[in-house]
Ligand binder design. Structure first.
Ligand SMILES: Nc1ncnc2c1ncn2[C@@H]1O[C@H](COP(=O)(O)OP(=O)(O)OP(=O)(O)O)[C@@H](O)[C@H]1O
Length: 272
């Protein structure tokens, strides 16, 4: 399993009279990690919802390996696509291990128990997000970051060939942010991930799509997309972009209007 080819072709999404996303096209090759970035309200979550089939496009098409995602039987879709989203479902009264075991459901028949293979996948998914020690804790007693890691483990246990994640690093401390994104990079799956942190997006994604007001305003490798002009136009912030000498990845340094207390005298930022 090396991942699936995802094509979003001219998709428009609405909520009543409101256009959430307009005429968006995007393609991910098998195994690519695609980052979706853009300001609050730019349409990232909405677009992801169309991929994991919660929000039906009013025009355009979402296809997975050439098949319309909206025409796939639900069970087949669940064997192909996993989603980690902000709004989580009915995990109450379950242990962490039971929540992660739910990831195996699409691969089993009703009332099938866990096979040794299922058990091994659950154990390794827990380890991948550093949640082995949480396995027997009640899910609803976990902290925000612990829950987030467990929901990612559930998605990993699902062995999807397309993994869609909405802000997966939300609530995570820096070590766990790096570990989770590193685990996503190593997956034999295509990954589409909405991220706010542009430096993490630059480091871990093969290509970025920048959304603004429901439309794609830029797309390409992070080094091509993340420019001072884009930061200004899309986010209204000043920043410098350099290639980090050790990582080789683009690195954004933001230049807030207020000088840092330790700034050298006369070092105000200027857009001119
Ligand atoms: N049901 C709805 N009715 C009207 N407007 C909506 C509805 N759902 C979302 N919106 C609006 O659509 C826009 C896109 O929302 P969406 O959640 O896709 O943005 P986002 O890029 O994921 O934002 P964030 O970075 O804040 O998570 C927002 O302006 C939001 O307020």
């Amino acid at each position: 399993m090396t991942g699936t080819r995802l094509v979003i072709d001219g998709v428009t999404l609405t909520a009543g009279a409101y256009r959430l996303v307009e005429d968006v096209s995007l393609a991910a090759r098998p195994g690519e990690v695609i980052g979706l970035v853009g300001p609050n309200g730019s349409g990232k979550s909405s677009l992801l919802r169309a991929v994991y089939r919660v929000l039906r496009p009013v025009t355009g098409r979402v296809s997975v390996d050439g098949t319309d995602a909206w025409s796939l039987p639900v069970r087949q879709l669940a064997r192909t696509v996993a989603a980690v989203v902000q709004e989580s479902g009915a995990e109450f009264d379950l242990s962490v291990r039971e929540v992660v075991a739910m990831g195996r459901t699409p691969h089993k028949r009703l009332l099938d128990g866990d096979t040794p293979e299922d058990a091994a996948l659950i154990t390794s998914a827990l380890a991948a997000v550093d949640a082995t020690d949480l396995a027997h804790r009640p899910f609803d007693q976990l902290s925000g970051g612990e829950r987030q890691r467990v929901l990612i483990a559930r998605a990993l246990a699902q062995q999807p060939s397309l993994l869609v994640l909405d802000e997966p690093t939300n609530h995570l401390d820096i070590r766990h942010q790096l570990e989770v994104l590193g685990a996503l990079r190593r997956l034999p799956a295509t990954v589409m991930v909405a991220l706010h942190d542009l430096n993490l997006a630059a480091y871990y994604c093969d290509r970025l799509y920048v959304l603004r007001d429901g439309k794609v305003t830029a797309a390409g490798p992070p080094a091509d997309v993340l420019t001072p002009q884009l930061l200004d136009e899309v986010y209204g912030v000043m920043g410098e972009v350099t290639i980090h000498p050790r990582t080789g990845a683009p690195q954004v340094t933001f230049l807030p209007a207020e000088p840092h207390p330790a700034a050298p005298t006369g070092a105000e930022h200027s857009s001119s």
